[in-house]
Design a protein around this ligand. Structure first.
Ligand code: FES
Ligand code: FES
Length: 362
């Protein structure tokens, strides 16, 4: 047993808990806060979402001991929250719940959207809801309710009575009740190579060399600006093989290159659209800065793994590995063992780094 002290809904709580007890179990079984629901218990469905130090978090995959010293707020602790009050009224009016199982987690996420993204449109709301699954409503009512509260604006005085809202019309909505694709924001980072800029630029114009430096990638055909290839990845037991086409463009004057492509993994039925751009800057005769930007959209079953922070670290790992491989190649060596590193390995490394940060292992 490990002793933890946390603040739960404003109350300081000290308890001895088993090291592997999840926060959701602790709250439900020890604190009887059963408003936090458990669905998948794998961090996928979002039913267990609560606020951890003010940010939405999945309590089914957070160890209680890792939350020592944290501020936890469950749906019960948001009873008097003015934004949640408005959301509750809007959910009622928009028929945004049926069985209600997803609703506590949905309200916590919706509150976050309202507070963090006052200008969110329907597409952005759907994107933000991608981590909260509802098997009853088809999401249309939930999106309408959130749009409605957004249209009322912030801040809301805490003691103000909650008005029954005017909902946006169904005609304003998109045709689909489906959740959107996962589309994280662009990820840009500056990486340094101890190689002259002209050599890096020459290398970037060789598609086979570039593919060799991308973990898990293989180029099968290059004709003009059209490329055809595949990217292999693994995440635990999930193996994917995205096959697709891309178009590459070069700006010699500014030493900028961009590749835009689409791929499909037939095993999971997931589609990937991606764009990567590199801009070179000569630092001195021997050193070059590569500004790498990656963004992508996933559609299909693997979308559920596209969570912001992990995806960001994953993309960072990809870019870092690419530049390190390029550096090795241009320094006269062969691409090291990383050449065979699969994307899944990078993901695990990124996950491990994130876990260490969460557990404050330094
Ligand atoms: S129960 Fe936590 S995400 Fe599904
Ligand atoms: S209302 Fe039933 S799961 Fe969302």
């Amino acid at each position: 047993m490990s002793r933890v002290t946390l603040t739960v809904n404003g109350e300081t709580v000290t308890a001895d808990v088993p090291p592997r007890m999840h926060l959701a179990d602790f709250l439900r079984e020890e604190r009887l806060l059963t408003g936090t629901h458990l669905g998948c218990e794998h961090g996928v469905c979002g039913a267990c979402t609560l606020l951890l130090d003010g940010a939405p978090a999945r309590s089914c995959i957070a160890f209680t001991v890792a939350c020592d010293g944290a501020d936890v707020r469950t749906i019960e602790g948001l009873e008097d929250d003015p934004v949640v009050g408005r959301l509750r009224a809007a959910f009622t009016k928009a028929h945004a719940l049926q069985c209600g199982y997803c609703t506590p987690g949905m309200l916590v996420t919706a509150r976050d959207i309202v507070q963090r993204l006052p200008g969110a449109d329907e597409a952005r709301i759907r994107l933000e809801l991608a981590g909260n699954l509802c098997r009853c409503t088809g999401y249309a009512g939930i999106v309408r309710a959130i749009r409605c509260v957004l249209s009322q604006g912030l801040p809301i005085a805490p003691d103000k009575p909650v008005p029954l809202p005017t909902l946006p019309s169904m005609a304003d909505e998109g045709p689909s009740g489906q959740l959107p694709a996962a589309q994280p924001p662009d990820i840009t980072q500056a990486l340094r190579l101890a190689v002259p800029a002209a050599s890096v630029w020459r290398a970037l114009r060789d598609p086979y060399l570039v593919a060799e430096c991308i973990p898990g990638a293989r180029l099968t055909e290059a004709a003009g600006d059209r490329l055809r290839g595949e990217v292999r990845s693994s995440l635990g037991p999930i193996e994917t093989l995205f096959r697709g086409e891309a178009r590459v463009s070069f700006d010699d004057a500014d030493r900028q290159a961009e590749i835009v492509g689409e791929g499909h993994d037939s095993r999971t039925g997931t589609r990937l659209s991606a764009r990567a751009a590199v801009r070179l800057k000569e630092l001195d005769v021997e050193n070059t800065e590569a500004m790498v930007t990656i963004d992508y959209t996933l559609r299909g079953p693997l979308t559920q793994f596209a969570r912001g922070a992990v995806v960001r670290e994953f993309s960072t790992e990809i870019a870092t590995s690419f530049v390190a491989n390029l550096q090795a190649r241009l320094s006269g060596g062969i691409v090291p063992a990383q050449r065979s590193v699969r994307v899944g390995t990078l993901m695990l490394r990124a996950l491990w780094r994130r876990l260490r940060a969460l557990l404050r292992l330094g």
